[in-house]
Design a protein around this ligand. Structure first.
Ligand code: GDP
Length: 343
């Protein structure tokens, strides 16, 4: 089977995956203090545990392959390609990583397939590097808008981020601008209460723009460090949704132009290539600055993190590896690759 055929098959399977399968759950985790060395170990253990399914399929598959070959030839490259595509790393990243590998093998005169492992890992890590200012928004007054379709984990991620930043001593405000999903307000109010942060909301069906307007005014007046905005994931149709997001963005620009803007798309890793498609659609309406990749813990499709970063040139800034507050982590390419290949 050719590379593109394989990719198309994977895409079909993923499009059939259900983005909104997980049941809703109230927050039940304590808010953590800023990360010290011990906590970092805890983070890594969670990351490792969260990535176990992807590790079994992707790095387990690569190991089996490399151990089973006596020499490096085209068949080996073809099979590596298949494993990476099947692991949802995407055509773009897979080709890039294999090109790097072929070049290194040639230049360093490598003959033993097992030596390919570290080269592959290094190349994947290089693909995932974040820009230096990726988290600059955490240190200046900023408005962080979370967007994405229903069920991906937007509301939960707003709640988790509120808890994380509040615990770091930031002044946090939440805007509950998903006025269309019935349970969103209550769900978010529960997170806000637990985190001990204020929330601005509107009645169900209210104009999300008015909630954003009120929240931005309050953020300015109260000297808020981080305003976290939840947004609707579904309106009457996709065009309405995109227009609503663009309108929200104009309101923020007009009312608080000095604030740093961070537009994070929330994607469910378990939906694989479909997540990539969602990101493409939202890019036009929302000028994305980063990605929150949730539910990495429930899937073997964690390679999608590599595909997304490589194909969209939008950095993955946070990953979700479980339902507790501590399971939403800053994305660290070194830790990611370490947990995936050496875990
Ligand atoms: P929204 O419609 O995008 O706002 O999605 P929600 O925030 O309501 O989340 C949908 C479901 O996904 C909830 O049950 C969350 O607990 C769950 N969820 C969110 N992030 C993660 C994650 O990283 N791992 C797991 N296992 N579940 C998650």
């Amino acid at each position: 089977m050719g590379l593109f055929e394989l990719f198309e098959n994977r895409k079909e399977e993923n499009i059939q995956a259900d983005a909104a399968a997980a049941p809703e759950q109230a927050p039940d985790a304590p808010v953590q203090e800023a990360a010290g060395p011990e906590e970092k170990t805890g983070f890594f253990a969670r990351l490792k545990k969260g990535l176990s399914k992807t590790r079994d399929s992707l790095s387990g598959g690569i190991d089996n392959l490399l151990n089973g070959y006596a020499q490096i030839d085209d068949d080996l490259y073809d099979e590596l390609e298949e494993i990476m595509i099947t692991g949802d790393m995407g055509v773009h990243a897979t080709q890039k990583v294999l090109e790097d590998l072929r070049r290194e093998v040639r230049e360093q005169h490598i003959r033993d397939p097992k030596q390919c492992r570290e080269l592959l890992i290094r190349s994947i890590r290089d693909e995932m590097q974040l820009p230096e200012d990726a988290y600059a928004f955490e240190n200046v007054p900023s408005i962080v808008t979370l967007i994405g379709v229903n069920g991906v984990g937007k509301t939960t991620s707003v709640g988790k981020l509120a808890g994380i930043y509040k615990a770091r001593g930031k002044k946090v405000l939440i805007a509950a601008a998903d006025t269309f999903r019935a349970a969103a307000n209550e769900q978010l109010a529960e997170w806000a209460k637990r985190a001990g942060v204020d929330m601005i909301s509107g009645a169900q069906g209210a104009d999300p723009g008015s909630v954003i307007f009120d929240a931005v005014s309050a953020a300015k007046a109260r000297g808020v460090d981080i305003l976290l905005c939840d947004t609707a994931g579904r309106l009457h149709n996709k065009k309405n949704l995109m227009e609503e997001l663009a309108k929200t963005s104009r309101i923020i620009d007009r009312e608080y132009p000095e604030a740093h803007r961070e537009n994070l798309i929330v994607l469910d890793a378990a939906t694989g290539q479909n997540a990539l498609q969602q990101a493409r659609e939202f890019t036009e309406a929302a000028g994305l600055t980063g990605i929150i990749l949730t539910k990495m813990d429930g899937t073997a499709k964690g390679g999608i993190a590599v595909a997304i970063q490589s194909e969209l040139s939008v950095p993955v800034k946070f990953i979700g590896v479980g339902e507790q507050i501590e399971d939403l982590q800053r994305f660290d390419p070194d830790a990611f690759v370490e947990a995936l290949f050496h875990g």
